[in-house]
Design a protein around this ligand. Structure first.
Ligand code: NAP
Length: 249
């Protein structure tokens, strides 16, 4: 991979898929600005890095100003930006009739608007470096999602953003998305559902996944990193790549 000495910003880097992406980037010799709300979790991710490879930047990306500040912090610290990984995400599942409006807004803020503001803030630096964006979307953006309609809609909108911006920002900046199926991460501890509902949901997800199991963050991270790598993916933009155990096949 040609990620060595390149600089990336990864959101949601304190757990799950974001942590696996950041650690893989460190292993490849890249520098990474780690963004998420929990400073302790980000420092734990940075624990796998060499001196000078990591910047920990705690931020609540539900606030639009936080996007600009995160990009500025990365640029001040590292001096350049070769790629942005919009991975931070929020999932609140359940029927729309029972949903808390605060949760609905928060999903749109974190899953859709934060990537919009981050891409906008990072654009001058990405144009200067010939860099790229990888959005971590979901199969939920491609399938009907009863009881998860707004989560699915936020990811469908992220897919649309990916394809439109791929054309708008070409040829200087590539924009792609990875669409994970069910992946074993802390997301399932915080869905706003009772434990027995989560257990039923997990069983149903395995049932509807041809490969018959949850994926792991380490099975998703290589696809994100491959899209970040200009040698591997220099001619790929506007792609929505399912990494889903066959869920959308
Ligand atoms: N796991 C799956 O089955 C699955 C399937 C398809 C797609 N995805 C997508 O994969 C991405 C990563 O999720 P994951 O599965 O790895 O779950 P996760 O471990 O819960 O990761 C989500 C990350 O987003 C960060 N985050 C949430 N709200 C934030 C905010 N307001 N500001 C900044 N950071 C925020 C969290 O960090 P803090 O709490 O520290 O802020 C956390 O590190 C998400 O976009 C998710 O939708 C996951």
């Amino acid at each position: 991979m040609s990620l060595h000495d390149r600089t990336f910003l990864v959101t949601g880097a304190g757990s799950g898929i974001g942590r696996a992406v950041a650690r893989r980037l460190f292993d490849e010799g890249a520098r990474v600005a780690l963004v998420g709300r929990r400073a302790g979790a980000l420092h734990e991710t940075a624990g796998g890095a060499e001196d000078g490879q990591a910047l920990v930047h705690p931020a609540d990306l539900a606030r639009p100003a936080a996007a600009t500040a995160a990009v500025q912090a990365a640029l001040e610290h590292f001096g350049r930006l070769d790629g942005l990984v919009n991975n931070a995400g929020l999932a609140r599942f359940g029927p729309l009739a029972d949903a808390d409006p605060v949760d609905l807004n928060a999903m749109l803020d974190v899953n859709l608007l934060a990537p919009v503001h981050l891409i906008r803030a990072a654009l001058p630096a990405l144009r200067a470096s010939g860099g790229c964006v990888v959005n971590v979307s979901s199969v939920g953006g491609a399938l009907a999602m009863p009881d998860r309609a707004v989560y699915g809609a936020s990811k469908a909108a992220l897919n649309s953003l990916t394809r439109s911006l791929a054309r708008e920002l070409a040829p200087l900046v590539r924009v792609n998305a990875v669409l994970p199926g069910p992946v074993d991460t802390p997301m399932y501890d915080d869905l706003g559902l009772a434990p027995e509902q989560v257990a039923r949901l997990r069983d149903a997800m395995v049932e509807s996944t041809p490969l018959g199991r949850f994926g792991t963050p380490d099975e998703v991270a290589p696809w994100v990193c491959r899209l970040l790598d200009p040698e591997a993916a220099g001619w790929v933009t506007g792609a929505l790549i399912p990494v889903d155990g066959g869920r959308t096949s």
